[in-house]
Design a protein. Structure first.
Length: 382
């Protein structure tokens, strides 16, 4: 697999050793070609992860995702070990966060609110926006009640695990770019009323995986190109029955495989959703369309899969390519290592202020653009 530091078998062994070191017990379940791993302490489940890919790759992916989700909120992670409670106005004054519309809105609406912040390479960023479970046990001196309405923007986007830091940061950045592309596409199609969508003509190498996705979805699957001006390929795999997957990568083939793999994952894992995201947005018709993402009313055109660049496929090479792509558009990124110092794996949260996170609307929460998609919002507020 490209952009992995070690072979899948070695990664799986390392993840298993880290689970043992943390005193956790893994329980793996296989659903068709998808593995799901639940980590427990005693009889209490603490995190769940699902893997993409077959064999050792899928197993390693599931174990790493479970560790990522556990360590993201663990009390002994580095974000908890060194935090500082700061006023929203102080946080928003940092030049690096000028393009983050959520942070700026927090400061404008709750100027005296205090929140625990971690250091992302010297940039202080509020933990309540980076850890969706944080509000359940906030840090001393942080009271989430004054800014509870902004918790809808809390997400784990940009948090990723890897065998080393470059791998974790690369995959975290690709996730942010993926959601930037998805968010801007939703805004174009259903808010701004620009109904053009690019449908990929599948090359021969992707057809077996596409056929597998079609079987898993039980309906036709289309691969959509929603790449933005960053020129980092972003693809969506969408089935007629509502199955969905997304992927971004410097290599277009890798991004497409990730999107199709995520669709397979979403169709094979048992759903735990208690209510429909679409139904929860009934009061906001445009947002409801974004959550439902109907494609029938869009104008489609056929496009080829983008070309894969030359390169060694290593995480460090991929990270350098993404850094250059972001820099060309004036977007910077900042990293907070999350895994404890003695961890056998790397887990990091990466922020890239300005990249769009409007895709959170797909969870059934009413949000407005958070960054680069603002120009697509038809009725901006101050």
């Amino acid at each position: 697999m490209p952009f992995r530091s070690v072979p899948a078998e070695r990664a799986l062994a390392t993840a298993s050793a880290e689970i043992d070191r943390l005193g956790l017990v893994p329980h793996a379940e296989v659903f068709d070609t998808t593995m799901r791993v639940t980590l427990s302490r005693g009889s209490q489940p603490v995190a769940v992860g699902a893997g993409k890919g077959a064999g050792a790759q899928g197993a390693a992916s599931a174990h790493f995702e479970a560790l990522e989700r556990y360590l993201m909120s663990a009390r002994d992670n580095r974000r908890w070990a060194a935090f500082e409670v700061l006023a929203s106005s102080t946080v928003a004054e940092q030049p690096a966060l000028a393009a983050d519309r959520v942070v700026q809105r927090w400061a404008a609406e709750f100027p005296s609110a205090m929140a625990a912040c971690a250091s992302y390479g010297g940039v202080r960023y509020p933990t309540f926006l980076a850890d969706p479970r944080y509000y359940r046990w906030p840090a001393p001196g942080d009271d989430v009640r004054p800014y509870r309405s902004l918790l809808r923007y809390s997400s784990s986007l940009g948090t990723a695990a890897g065998s080393d830091l470059d791998e974790a940061v690369y995959h975290g950045l690709c996730e942010l770019i993926e959601h930037d592309g998805l968010g801007q596409a939703l805004l174009r199609w259903y808010v701004s009323g620009v109904p053009d969508v690019d449908v990929v003509d599948l090359p021969a190498g992707l057809r077996p995986l596409h056929e597998q996705a079609t079987r898993a979805a039980g309906s036709p699957v289309r691969l959509l190109d929603v790449t933005t001006d960053l020129d980092v390929p972003v693809y969506l795999a969408v089935s007629g029955a509502g199955g969905f997957g997304a992927g971004a990568s410097i290599w277009a083939t890798d991004a497409a495989e990730r999107a199709l793999g995520e669709l397979i994952q979403s169709c094979t894992l048992p759903s735990s959703a208690s209510s429909s995201a679409v139904e929860r947005l009934a009061g906001w018709p445009a947002l409801q369309r974004c959550a439902a993402m109907p494609l029938d009313g869009l104008r489609s055109r056929s496009v080829p899969l983008r070309a894969d660049p030359a390169g060694d496929g290593s995480p460090s090479w991929g990270l350098d390519q993404v850094r250059q792509a972001l820099a060309r558009r004036g977007v910077g990124f900042h990293v907070c290592e999350v895994a404890p110092v003695d961890s056998l794996i790397a887990v990091a949260t990466t922020i890239a202020p300005g990249l769009e996170r409007f895709s959170l609307v797909r969870h059934g929460v009413p949000v407005i653009p958070t960054g680069r998609g603002w120009h697509l919002w038809p009725a901006p507020v101050g």
